[in-house]
Design a protein around this ligand. Structure first.
Ligand SMILES: *Cc1c(COP(=O)(O)O)cnc(C)c1O
Length: 486
């Protein structure tokens, strides 16, 4: 399987070659030159597999340059009940992403798929734990080292750090917006004392952090000398790892391949739902892919109007579902590439326009950049939006009706899912975090604390280790070089 940039300028590469990188050299994102297909017979055979076995089957279609026995060892080591142990009472950790039927009346079925049972209590662990093991494997094979440089508004950073802590040949430099994460998230990251983990709190918002990562990544000389890699949501291996749980969710919710399901995905950078799009392109019988946004509704706006208009820092709201607080959706380019039928030249022009004019318009109206919005429905995409009051209401209602507490991001998903629920098509909402991570809002909604999984009781009182820095790219480079000695 070969990969090429969405912007078309690079020579095709294999999975291992793009594993450690981020953006393609031309600023585009990597995609396989064609999507591998899954037959009905394969789907049938996959119904009885364990999660790790299923992960192997999906991975080996994409990572064709890694020997199958090695991939199997990596998948087996990653997807264990021990790693994904933070399940709710009565759920089976061995299922890795257990389903819970919330509602099943009049053919209207609402299901929650738990993706947040890993070490950091958010779905990012699903991919990041695999990435940690893939990185370790590849680096050891090549006697190489890697310095991971990333930005986080909360969940990515902690997932990356917990996946990479103590791993040989790897350092993690993680930027986060100073004082903008929840106390729990901050404690999770900053309490890590592993010498290969560096937490840097940037005075700014998440997008300032992300811009610094882009600026450093665009300095190819520095990037190569410092052996910089990235684990943010554009990393291809992360997307592939996420494809697996769409298959798992589908296979667990159905008994035969002529049934369809829909997914609703609390979305920010479009990484999670991009994996759903890829699963659908591979032939998984997904009906609708529903994008749920919070107040930062750049994606909802596109899927309603065909206009993609990125927001400025000042228009990016700090909300109570903070992992969805984005001004632009970094993985969106992968979908637009498919929407344009793989026209890399037009894609490059549109995303150039994002940089110069702040967006593009595919609505087909006079003066627009194209009419591909009309094709969005063929890809199953729909969208909706949820705001703070909706989150509070949904958290209360879900507790009352279904007897469980959901986090703020999942609440955004459920609110939007209920608006798109169709008779006869089960709707699976991806649970992207556990409520303990966002306790401030659980208190506001329910007047009590969220339950915490064992081992997380006193996390905020642990000693913290981090540096504070202004949003200054040169300073950042000096800091990295000082610690890597490269
Ligand atoms: C990262 C994250 C999201 C958004 O996922 P994307 O892949 O960026 O769309 C939603 N909810 C939670 C809890 C997250 O951590």
């Amino acid at each position: 399987m070969q990969y090429a940039s969405t912007r078309g300028h690079t020579a095709a590469q294999n999975f291992s070659e793009i594993l450690l990188g981020g953006l393609a050299p031309d600023g585009g994102l990597y995609l396989p030159v064609s999507y591998p297909q899954v037959s009905g017979a394969e789907l049938d055979a996959w119904r009885t597999l364990s999660y790790a076995e299923l992960a192997l089957q999906v991975l080996k279609k994409f990572a064709t340059d890694i020997p199958e026995a090695d991939l199997k060892a990596i998948a087996d080591k990653t997807y264990t009940a021990k790693v994904y142990c933070n399940v709710r009472a009565g759920e089976d950790a061995a299922q890795i992403t257990p389903l819970r039927v919330l509602q099943d009346k009049g053919g209207r079925k609402l299901i929650l798929q738990a993706l947040s049972n890993g070490p950091t209590l958010a779905f990012k662990d699903m991919a990041m734990q695999l990435l940690g093991n893939l990185f370790e494997y590849t680096l050891a094979k090549n006697h190489a080292e890697l310095n991971i440089f990333g930005a986080t508004s909360g969940d990515t950073g902690s997932a990356a750090e917990y996946a990479m802590r103590g791993k040989k040949g790897i350092r993690v430099f993680m930027l986060s917006p100073h004082k903008k994460m929840s106390a729990f998230q901050t404690a999770q990251m900053f309490s890590l004392q592993d010498p290969n983990i560096f937490n840097i709190a940037v005075e700014g918002v998440f997008d300032d952090c992300q811009d610094m990562v882009k600026a450093v990544s665009n300095d190819l000389e520095f990037k190569n000398r410092q052996k910089i890699g990235t684990v943010n949501s554009i990393n291809w291996a992360r997307v592939v790892a996420q494809v697996v749980y769409y298959f798992r969710g589908y296979l667990s919710a159905t008994t035969s391949n002529d049934q369809k399901v829909s997914f609703t995905v609390p979305s920010g950078n479009f990484g999670n739902i991009c994996a759903g799009h890829i699963a659908r392109m591979m032939g998984l019988p997904i009906d609708k892919l529903v994008v749920a946004t919070n107040e930062n509704d750049v994606l909802d706006e596109f899927f309603r109007t065909g206009i993609y208009r990125v927001r400025k820092s000042a228009e990016t709201w700090h909300t109570t579902s903070p992992s969805m607080d984005i001004s632009k959706a970094s993985n969106f380019e992968r979908f637009v590439y498919d929407l344009l039928g793989g026209d890399a030249k037009r894609l490059a022009a549109l995303f150039k326009k994002v940089e110069t004019e702040g967006g593009f318009d595919l609505s087909g109206k006079p003066g627009s950049d194209g009419d591909e919005f009309a094709k969005v429905a063929q890809f199953g995409f729909e969208s909706g939006k949820s705001v703070h009051a909706d989150r509070l209401h949904t958290i209360r209602q879900v507790e009352k009706d279904y007897g469980i507490t959901v986090d703020t991001h999942t609440a955004d998903g459920i609110k939007v899912a209920l608006e798109h629920l169709q008779e006869g098509v089960p709707m699976i909402v991806l649970e992207t975090a556990l409520p303990a991570k966002f306790n401030e809002t659980i208190r506001e909604a329910l007047g009590r604390d969220a339950e915490r999984p064992a081992g997380f009781e006193n996390i905020e009182s642990l000693p913290q280790r981090f540096a504070v820095m202004s949003a200054d790219v040169e300073k950042m480079k000096t800091y990295i070089a000082a610690y890597t000695g490269l």
